[in-house]
Design a protein around this ligand. Sequence first.
Ligand code: ATP
Length: 266
Amino acid sequence: PAILRDTVVDSPTVRWSDIGGLDDVKAALEEAVVWPIRHKDSFRSLRVPAARGVILAGPPGSGKTLLARGLAGESGLNFVGVRPTRILSQFLGEAERAVAELFAKARQAAPAILFFDEFDALARRRTGQDAVLDRIVGQLLVEMDGLSPNDDVVVLAATNRPNAIDPALLRPGRIDHVLTVPLPDAAARRAILDVHFQSRSVEEGVDLSALVGATDGFSGADLASLAQSAARQALRRHLSGSDLAAAPAIGAADIDAALVALRRRA
Ligand code: ATP
């Protein structure tokens, strides 16, 4: 199927330090995904069953894809990323074959994380209404059950609708961990703001802690776009100003303007 041509196998360079907050989720991911691959003997001798897959459940922009890539970056596992829309756009019957071949591809790339974004689109609870979708879920079950510890492939699936996923996939031995990826609290927002502002020049005296209170309810993606939009404001101000010799930097007014623009859009 065509999907295999544009399914990426790569080695992400994202590190945990690029991801603000979410310390519990990072630790749980290492335990559920990396330990079974790197410490197989210990799992065997203690007879601890290893997960074949983990779900990352959380609202849009909470960092699920970033966590999956960060896990690969930290652990050195390969990353096979899947977009369900690509599978669903296959011809009838081809979709099942595409699922089978994806798992085969992940085995070839082992040790690897097989990452499904928007997993609910692919693994939707079977209703008998849509034969193609139902058969895709059936194929996912077959493939999950076919993964052995020696394959060194773990499935990571992101969703913002965990309840929409077919419950058979969530049984023990399949994707039996559901990790919640929450919106950031104040401390996590501070950490995320640091990630996105520390990599940019900021005027001296700009106090990011004031931003923490002003961004209650923002997702990590919102905070990333806030920083980017403030940087763009700074760039505009710099290039339309008279002192092009000075180094451009983000100022408090740029941040305020970005905040207003982002609130207007929401
Ligand atoms: P969706 O459900 O919409 O796919 P998601 O949960 O997968 O969203 P990501 O795609 O991982 O979210 O996040 C989008 C962007 O937001 C990231 O590329 C990153 O720039 C920023 N971001 C999100 N969470 C964090 C975080 N905890 N630390 C730093 N940046 C973050």
